[in-house]
Write a protein that binds this ligand. Structure first.
Ligand code: MG
Length: 264
């Protein structure tokens, strides 16, 4: 290869690398295509939805093999065909696998005929990293304190909408969670969460104040693990869950477009 050709190729390679680092042009055809992911089927009341193709499935019927109690022993919740149900007094359960930045999907239902009010009807929760609770509650037509209602971050942020369906109907929860970032000095950036209930935005990228606490203004501990399990709460109320999956969010956001000089 002639020397000038090699030099030209090196220059082009460096330009591509620089683009990747600094950002892309509008309509830039050189930037990588997004990965193809097959979307799941929409859920119905009769049938659980199907996870997207790159999801890690934590429960899709059959068994609790991906779950354990918080003390590590066997999870004791009831397994029915395509759902699991809390068993009062058996304790919270957690995924065996641990996650950091993550998208979480669960479907839940309070069985028809469940009685109680305030925090005592259909109370459960989805815990990110085992310590940040997104509330699950049957509070449709049943009043309780706003930061304890379904779709919100318990004790911190009420949901921006109450999008619950009737008792006895399946509800969907879709959550995006980013753990707090720590440096040697302590917490640098707080955890962030976005959530949808039944497809309706309930939390819009809010900054959490710290791990979930009851009746206490929380704050961040001096140190923090990088990953933790997905937890489901046994609050003594019957609640069912099905079609539970996560997608790990591994890639840093791509650089933004930076200019528009090419013709298209
Ligand atoms: Mg709860």
């Amino acid at each position: 290869m002639k020397r000038w050709v090699a030099v030209a190729l090196m220059v082009l390679a460096n330009v591509a690398l620089a683009d990747e680092k600094e950002g892309w042009e509008v309509h830039d055809r050189k930037r990588p295509q997004p990965p193809v992911v097959t979307p799941g089927e929409p859920s119905t009341q009769e049938k659980a939805g199907k996870p997207p193709s790159d999801a890690i499935v934590l429960f899709d019927g059959g068994s609790l093999s991906n779950w354990k109690k918080e003390d590590g022993s066997e999870a004791k919740w009831k397994v029915e065909n395509d759902y699991i149900e809390t068993v009062k007094g058996t304790g919270n359960i957690q995924s065996k696998e641990e996650f950091g930045d993550v998208q979480v999907h669960v479907e839940w239902m309070t069985p028809k005929g469940t009685e109680g009010k305030d925090q005592h009807r259909g109370n459960s929760g989805v815990f990110l990293m085992g310590q940040y609770e997104m509330q699950v509650l049957d509070n449709r037509g049943s009043e309780t304190y706003p930061d304890g209602t379904a779709g919100g971050a318990y004790g911190q942020y009420p949901p921006q909408a109450n999008a619950l369906r009737e008792q006895g109907e399946w509800q969907t929860y879709d959550i995006v969670f980013h753990p707090p970032k720590y440096s040697a000095e302590g917490m640098k950036e707080p955890a962030r969460v976005t959530a949808f209930v039944n497809g309706v935005l309930t939390l819009d990228d809010v900054k959490l104040l710290g791990p979930t606490q009851h009746a206490v203004l929380t704050s961040y501990p001096p140190t923090h693990p990088a990953k933790g399990p997905i937890g489901l709460q046994d609050h003594g109320a019957p609640v069912r869950f099905r079609n539970i999956w996560v997608r790990e969010l591994k890639d840093a956001p791509v650089p933004p477009v930076k200019s528009s000089t090419e013709k298209h």
